[in-house]
Every structure is written in structure tokens, then in C-alpha cells.
Design a protein around this ligand. Structure first.
Ligand SMILES: C[S@@+](CC[C@H](N)C(=O)[O-])C[C@H]1O[C@@H](n2cnc3c(N)ncnc32)[C@H](O)[C@@H]1O
Length: 355
């Protein structure tokens, strides 16, 4: 089995390389309107944004930045399959403009835009990003009413195009069952507050992560496994360092990414070419986590009713019986497309023979 991964270094307002109704899932994090690190990127896309910022008209700049994002959201409606899902990671901005401190609530703008386009709004996730910075409380300290609530969360907004996706044929049904996740993963992934403290980020260079505002690998991996099936094509219109494509590779999905800034080309390629070792460690840890969980459960409650034959491990529910996980075996770049190949995991995985 192989998956295919393509990156276009151009703006996402026109996704002309992507066919209508061809993408099962979009996961992305756009530049955040009114967060200073993205002022320049937005200003380059529309001069009126620059002008509004220069005269200190925050509300107008905010509006115009969202107008740019709205063009992308409209394209997403075109390229998504019926029943396809969109997950958007976005943080609101807090900013003092002409001495006036205020919140610029991007999440509400995006929800409005998607509802207008005809998407259905699904329950969202709050990504809790607690900090221990000593200066995290802003404003007038212990004197009311001029202190501000600390902003320590972002959103993962979730939308669907049309009705629930259907899997009608035997082959489609089988593929869906093979794309299942573990019961204990479901319990964490489908909770409405996520906190990634202590989970490896998959991007070692902290500085690059800060500069690029990359999201954790785990975030992309979860969303892809929650909302798509093996072999689907995932799109990220604001690819940055390529985290979404990497997670697609490790999840046996195809991917397409758009990124306006060619400076990311080198880092994306570097990360892609390391996916075999990184991905296989990730997969090994995933299966080992399941083994630890199920061993503890069996010790407490006795044997479970079901076994996953592919991996030869006990599972809690019958829905996990056909779940399949392959290891990555190679990555190759041919004609500006990355092709990832996979191989079967030997049965009886133990922490040792997963190597
Ligand atoms: C928040 S970052 C995405 C980070 C990414 N999720 C990761 O893990 O690295 C947003 C990215 O969108 C890119 N960008 C901004 N405007 C764009 C546009 N109109 N089309 C395509 N990419 C754009 C920026 O250069 C930046 O890399």
C-alpha cells in the first residue's frame, strides 16, 4: 500500500489544483487575525489591511483579514465531499490598539462564515494552553474592574458539509472498520478539552515551532483518525511546517498542502524525509500504550471479550476487532510528490518486536 503527498507553494484563496468534491477532511490552522506575528502575511495579501493597521483601525483590519480567510473557506466548500469534515484550529487575539485593549474573537467570525456557507457546526474542542508565566495576569491586578481574564485556550472548530458520510459497499464498510481507533483513545480524543502537556511535539526545534506556530503532531494525528478513514485525502490550506501531512502519512491517508511562504519548503522536506523513523516510533508508542492499558484492565476486571486479529491483542469492544495499523517502510520524492509505502506489523507485537 502507498499514500501520496503533494505540497503547492501558493496562496490558498484559489485551490485550483484540487478537484470539486475530492477531499474527505480539512485540518488546518490559518494565520490568526490580529496576532501581530501574522500582520505582515495578511498585509501582503491585501493592502487595505496594512492601511487599517497603520491608522490604528483594529476593527477594520480584523474585518479585512477575515475577508481573506473567507475566500479560502468558500473554496473548502467546493473541494469537500458530501459528509466531509473541516477542523479549524484558531485562537482569538488580544491587542491594545490606540490605547484600547480588546479581544478580537476570530472563532466567532469563523463560525459565522461557515454557517453562512451552509456547513453544519459540530461540537468543538477547547485546546487548553496553560502557561505558568509570572506575567500572565493582565490589567489592574487586585483592583477591580480593570483586570482581564487570561486567555489560555484556543479552539478546534468542527464543521460538516451536508449529512453524515455513508459507507454503503462492503469494501467501504471494511475500510471504515479497519480505520477504527482504540476504545481508550476514543475516551480521550472525543472529550471537549485537550491538553498536550507531556506529549512529544514531533518538531524538535522549539524556535521553529514558535516562529511557525506549528501545532502538535498529536493534534493533527487525532483529528485525522477521528474524522477520516484510511486512504482518504486530507487537505491543509495553511500547511506551515507540514504537520498535517506528516500526520496523514503516519495514519495511512493521502494529503495535499498549500503554503504561501516558500521558506517553509526546506523544513517541510526535511520533516517528510524523517517520517519513517519518527512515524514508526509514534506507532510503536501508540500500540504499547494500548498494551499497557489493556493489561491493566485485564488484571483488574478479567479478560475482555474481543481480540484484534491483525495485531493479536485484546480490545474492549467489537468495533476495534478489525482495526489495522501498518508501519511505514519508505518515503520517496518523485515529480514533486512524496510517496510513502507501508508494511505489515508482525503479529504478537511486544514492546521489543515492534522495532
Ligand atoms: C498558523 S501557521 C500553520 C502552522 C501549521 N499548522 C504547522 O503545524 O506548521 C499558518 C500558515 O499559513 C501560511 N499562510 C498565510 N496565508 C496564506 C495563504 N493565503 N495561503 C496559504 N498559506 C498561507 C503562513 O505562511 C503559515 O505558514
Amino acid at each position: 500500500m502507498s499514500t501520496y503527498h503533494k505540497v503547492y507553494y501558493k496562496k490558498a484563496q484559489e485551490l485550483e489544483e484540487v478537484e470539486d468534491n475530492s477531499i474527505a477532511l480539512v485540518i488546518t490552522s490559518p494565520p490568526y487575525p490580529m496576532i501581530e506575528m501574522w500582520d505582515e502575511v495578511f498585509s501582503l495579501q491585501n493592502e487595505e489591511i496594512k492601511a487599517a493597521l497603520e491608522v490604528g483601525d483594529g476593527i477594520l483590519a480584523f474585518e479585512k483579514m477575515h475577508n481573506e480567510l473567507d475566500i479560502v473557506w468558500k473554496e473548502l466548500y467546493r473541494i469537500l465531499i458530501s459528509g466531509g469534515i473541516i477542523c479549524i484550529n484558531i485562537g482569538d487575539a488580544i491587542r491594545t490598539i490606540t490605547k484600547n485593549f480588546q479581544l478580537f474573537p476570530s472563532h466567532s467570525k469563523i463560525i459565522n462564515a461557515f454557517q453562512k456557507l451552509g456547513f453544519q457546526n459540530l461540537p468543538e474542542i477547547l485546546w487548553r494552553k496553560q502557561t505558568n508565566a509570572p506575567n500572565k495576569f493582565m490589567g489592574s491586578g487586585m483592583l477591580p474592574p480593570g483586570a482581564y481574564v487570561t486567555l489560555e485556550h484556543e479552539y478546534i472548530l468542527i464543521f460538516r458539509k451536508g449529512e453524515k458520510r455513508e459507507f454503503k459497499t462492503k469494501i467501504l464498510k471494511e475500510n471504515r472498520r479497519e480505520s477504527a481507533y482504540f476504545w481508550e483513545e476514543r475516551n480521550i480524543w472525543f472529550s471537549d478539552v485537550w491538553d498536550f502537556k507531556g506529549i512529544s511535539q514531533g518538531l524538535n526545534n522549539k524556535e521553529i515551532r514558535k516562529r511557525s506556530a506549528a501545532y502538535p503532531f498529536e493534534l493533527a494525528f487525532r483529528l485525522i483518525n477521528m474524522f477520516s478513514v484510511r486512504n482518504d485525502t486530507i487537505l491543509d490550506p495553511f500547511l506551515g511546517t507540514g504537520t498535517s501531512s506528516l500526520a496523514a502519512m503516519v495514519s495511512e491517508r493521502n494529503s495535499i498542502g498549500y503554503e504561501i511562504d516558500e521558506n517553509f519548503k526546506e523544513i517541510i522536506k526535511k520533516r517528510f524525509l524523517k517520517v519513517i523513523s519518527f512515524g514508526n516510533i509514534y506507532i510503536k508508542n501508540r500500540i504499547n500504550s494500548h498494551i499497557s492499558f489493556i493489561t491493566e484492565r485485564i488484571n483488574k476486571k478479567g479478560p475482555t471479550k474481543y481480540t484484534n486479529e491483525n495485531l493479536n491483542i485484546s480490545v474492549v469492544t467489537s468495533q476495534e476487532k478489525d482495526l489495522k495499523i501498518n508501519k511505514l517502510s519508505s518515503i520517496q520524492e518523485i515529480n514533486q510528490e512524496f510517496i510513502v509505502k507501508y508494511k505489515k506489523i508482525e503479529k504478537h507485537p511486544t514492546p521489543d518486536n515492534l522495532e
